[in-house]
Design a protein around this ligand. Structure first.
Ligand code: G3P
Ligand code: MG
Length: 398
C-alpha cells in the first residue's frame, strides 16, 4: 500500500514538475502563496473582450497575466473558429503576449472533434477561409471531407453565380471522392453530414449546395426526394428520407470585428438560409421546421464542454499545491455579446453545481447605455475591470 502511494506521489510530482515549472517560468510575477487556492475561475470570450479582429484590446494582456501570476485558472471560450486550436492558441499567445495552450481553449467547432461516429463517413464542411476548415476537420480525424467549392469546380452549373470565383476556388479545391451522377445513385457522391464550421464566405454557393443536399434522396447530390412536401409525413416529408444531419457551430447573428459597428456572423447566414428553406418548404406555417443542431454559446452542450475543460485545466494548474484540491465554486463568464456570452452564462445548468456569473464588457457588441437582452451579474468597461471586480467579489485582491 505505502509503495503504491509513493508511486502515486512520484507520478503527481513528475506531472507537477512537467506542468507547473514551464508555466510558472512563463507567468511568474507575484506568485500567490501556496495556501491560497482559488475556488473561482474565468471563461473569457475572445472577439470584443480580448481582441477586435487582429488587434489585442488595451488591457487584455494585463488581465490575463495578472490571473496567471495569481494561479487563478481561466480558459478562452469563443464562438469563433476557422483554424485548428493549436494554430489559434499560438496566434493568440503572441498577440496577447501570454502563454496559452489548447487545454485552456474552446472554439465553436472544437466539440465536432468528438463526433467519432461520423469520421469514416463523407462529410461536407462549410465556411471559413479557403479550405482551412477542411484541414481542421481532417486534423480532427474526419477521413473524407468535401467542400461546396469542390462541388462547384467539379460541376460549375450547380451554382451559376460564382463563376467569376472559379479561379479562386481552383487554388484550394480537390477532386470529388465520387462523381455527382443522379443516373447512378449507388455510385454518386453521397453526403453523410453537413458541418458549418465557420462564417461562410460565399453565402450563395453554400446555401445552394446545402439546400440541394437537404432536398435530396439520402444525401445523394443531384437527386430529389419524393417525400418532400408530402403532408402525410412528419415535417411535411422534408428531411425524412435519410438526408444528412446539419450542424452549425456558432449561432451569433452579430459579432465585434474591426469595424466600429457589429458585423453579421454565422447566425446571419443561418437566418438567411432558414428564410430560403421557409420559402421552399412553406416553413412553420405549413408545419415544416429546418432540422438542425446549433452548437456554440449560449447552448448548454458548449458550456458543459468548456466546464469540463476548465476543471481539468484547473486540476493540472493547481495540483502542484499538494493536498486535496478544493472544488471549483464559481466561473466568471466575461463576454461582449448578451445573446451568446451572457445568456449562456446565465442559463447554464452546471452538472457540478458550479455558479456561472456573467460579466458584460463594453468593448464589443454591447453598446453602453442600451438595455442588454440578457441581464448580466455585472456590466463593466473592459476585461481588466471584469477581472478586478470578480477578484474583489472573491476577496482575492492582494
Ligand atoms: O465568428 C466569431 C464571432 O461569432 C464571435 O466570437 O469570440 O466573440 O465568441 P466570440
Ligand atoms: Mg465576443
Amino acid at each position: 500500500m505505502a509503495a503504491r502511494a509513493s508511486i502515486r506521489q512520484i507520478v503527481r510530482q513528475a506531472r507537477c514538475n512537467s506542468y507547473c515549472i514551464p508555466l510558472r517560468r512563463g507567468l511568474q510575477t507575484a506568485a500567490a502563496p501556496a495556501s491560497r487556492i482559488p475556488t473561482f475561475a474565468f471563461a473569457f470570450d475572445i472577439d470584443g473582450v480580448l481582441v477586435r479582429s487582429s488587434d489585442a484590446l488595451p488591457r487584455a494582456h494585463k488581465a490575463l497575466s495578472y490571473l496567471q501570476s495569481q494561479h487563478i485558472p481561466w480558459i478562452l471560450l469563443t464562438n469563433g473558429g476557422g483554424s485548428h486550436e493549436s494554430a489559434r492558441v499560438a496566434e493568440l499567445s503572441s498577440k496577447l503576449n501570454v502563454p496559452i495552450d489548447t487545454s485552456m481553449f474552446v472554439q465553436s467547432h472544437t466539440p465536432f472533434a468528438d463526433m467519432d461516429h461520423l469520421k469514416d463517413k463523407t462529410v461536407m464542411v462549410v465556411g471559413g477561409e479557403a479550405d482551412k476548415c477542411r484541414a481542421v476537420a481532417e486534423a480532427y480525424g474526419f477521413k473524407t471531407v468535401v467542400t461546396p467549392g469542390d462541388i462547384l469546380v467539379a460541376h460549375p452549373d450547380i451554382w451559376p453565380f460564382s463563376q467569376q470565383l472559379l479561379p479562386y476556388y481552383k487554388t484550394f479545391t480537390r477532386p470529388l471522392p465520387a462523381p455527382i451522377d443522379p443516373a447512378s445513385p449507388s455510385t454518386s457522391l453521397r453526403i453523410d453530414a453537413v458541418f458549418v464550421y465557420n462564417d461562410p464566405r460565399d453565402w450563395g454557393l453554400d446555401s445552394q449546395v446545402i439546400k440541394d443536399v437537404l432536398l435530396s434522396h439520402r444525401g445523394i447530390l443531384g437527386t430529389l426526394s419524393r417525400k418532400n412536401g408530402n403532408a402525410a409525413l412528419d415535417n411535411r416529408g422534408y428531411q425524412q428520407d435519410g438526408q444528412p444531419p446539419l450542424y452549425f457551430s456558432n449561432p451569433d447573428l452579430l459579432w465585434a470585428a474591426k469595424y466600429h459597428l457589429p458585423r453579421l456572423g454565422q447566425g446571419g447566414f443561418r437566418e438567411a438560409f432558414e428564410g430560403i428553406w421557409t420559402a421552399i418548404t412553406g416553413g412553420e406555417a405549413h408545419g415544416v421546421k429546418l432540422q438542425k443542431t446549433v452548437l456554440g454559446k449560449p447552448h448548454q452542450p458548449t458550456y458543459e464542454f468548456a466546464e469540463k475543460r476548465l476543471i481539468s485545466h484547473r486540476r493540472n494548474l493547481l495540483q502542484c499545491h499538494g493536498g486535496t484540491l478544493a472544488n471549483l465554486q464559481r466561473v466568471y463568464m466575461v463576454g461582449d455579446n448578451p445573446a451568446s456570452d451572457i445568456a449562456g452564462g446565465n442559463n447554464y445548468k452546471s452538472p457540478h453545481g458550479i455558479d456561472w456569473a456573467s460579466i458584460l464588457v463594453q468593448t464589443g457588441v454591447y453598446v453602453e447605455g442600451t438595455v442588454p437582452a440578457h441581464q448580466p451579474r455585472n456590466t463593466v468597461g473592459d476585461v481588466w475591470d471584469a477581472v478586478t471586480w470578480a477578484a474583489a467579489q472573491e476577496k482575492w485582491l492582494t
